[in-house]
Design a protein around this ligand. Structure first.
Ligand code: AHM
Ligand code: MG
Length: 335
């Protein structure tokens, strides 16, 4: 009876992936191997982020200019860890990273069938303050017969095979979804060194009176953007206005929105007519997670985010992302 309080049937990410693979008779196991490499990079990035904070704290005693350098170093470390994990998996043909100007093509990877886009450490401007940051990723499959070209990654999010993100917060969280599938959340158990399924089949609440946007940009917003956000500050049907929550780390703002509901936005504006966030490794993966969790994601023209096709690998887009009803409300202001 005593042992009944202990979960002895733990679903690790490894077990989850193995079981998923078994459901697909045609699966070769390549995707599972790619995911094993991915999860290792998350563990390593998480570890170094936590360690760097400690180094910064002790570093305060003597090294006054270390802060900026450390932050830069972490971006580089995260990027290097990710690239090395993808290369060594043998399953990744090409990689787009926020930290790399050009596409990285992994040569001599016969049998590598995947193209990956990532932001190794998103929200890195928050690192020194110990605020949550994370890794965002999207996985495409190479076209039939392709050996890996630019066209294999310049695709709309609707064609993503899998996508997700991690958030290195109080604990490291991993959210992952596959094409047409559910959204599942895992928590890194540092003692086991394993991601454990803690949030199966995540569903975003249909609505919630929380908005998340950098209001400091409101001077540059288009009229309908201003009208929409102003409307949220008026008492709603229940007599209360919306609450504002903005961390400034997309992974953290998105993770909260996924759990609690509400809207996250980074609209295109007069200063940044194309928006700030990048399509391939910020907007599209998040849009896939939100849609598969029952929410919606659109760009500033109210086009479904997953239908947006980037022309260049670092192209940007405005984005509204969140609860189904909250995104419907946004659309009402852009008719
Ligand atoms: P980064 O990829 O350089 O870290 O920038 C992306 C981040 C997002 O995490 C966040 O949503 C946004 O930039 C915040 O931008 P701002 O500081 O303009 O509000
Ligand atoms: Mg980023």
């Amino acid at each position: 009876a005593e042992s009944s309080s202990v979960n002895t049937n733990i679903v690790t990410l490894t077990r989850f992936l193995t079981e998923e693979q078994a459901k697909h008779k045609e699966a070769t196991g390549d995707f599972t191997l790619l995911c094993h490499a991915l999860q290792f990079s998350f563990k390593a990035i998480s570890y170094y982020i936590r360690r760097a904070t400690l180094v910064n704290l002790t570093g305060l005693a003597g090294q006054s200019n270390a802060t900026g350098d450390d932050q830069k170093k972490l971006d580089v470390i995260g990027n290097d860890l990710f690239i090395s994990a993808m290369r060594s998996s043998g399953k990744c043909s090409l990689l787009v990273s926020e930290e790399e100007e050009e596409i990285i093509f992994f040569a001599n990877q016969t049998g590598a069938r995947y193209a990956v886009a990532c932001d190794p450490i998103d929200g890195s401007s928050n690192l020194d303050a110990g605020v949550s940051v994370g890794t965002i990723f999207g996985i495409h499959k190479l076209a039939e017969g392709s050996t890996g070209t630019k066209e294999d990654i310049l695709k709309p999010g609707s064609e993503l095979l899998a996508a997700g993100f991690t958030m290195y917060g109080a604990s490291a969280q991993l959210v992952i979804t596959m094409k047409g599938g559910t959204v599942n959340g895992f928590t890194l158990d540092n003692s086991f060194g394993e991601f454990i399924l803690t949030h199966p089949n995540m569903r975003i609440p249909k609505k919630r009176a929380i908005y998340s946007v950098n209001e400091g940009n409101s001077h540059y917003w288009e009229e309908n953007t201003k009208e929409y956000f102003n409307s949220l500050k008026l008492p709603q049907d229940n007599g209360k206005p919306y609450s504002a929550r903005y961390i400034g780390s997309m992974v953290a703002d998105a993770y909260r929105t996924l759990l609690y509901g509400g809207i996250f936005a980074y609209p295109a504006d007069k200063k940044s007519p194309k928006g700030k966030l990048r399509i391939l490794y910020e907007c599209a993966p998040m849009a896939m997670v939100f849609e598969n969790a029952g929410g919606q994601a659109v760009d500033s023209k109210m086009t479904r985010m997953l239908d947006v096709v980037p022309e260049h690998i670092h192209d940007r887009s405005g984005i509204y992302l969140g609860s189904y009803d909250e995104v419907e409300k946004v659309k009402g202001f852009y008719k």
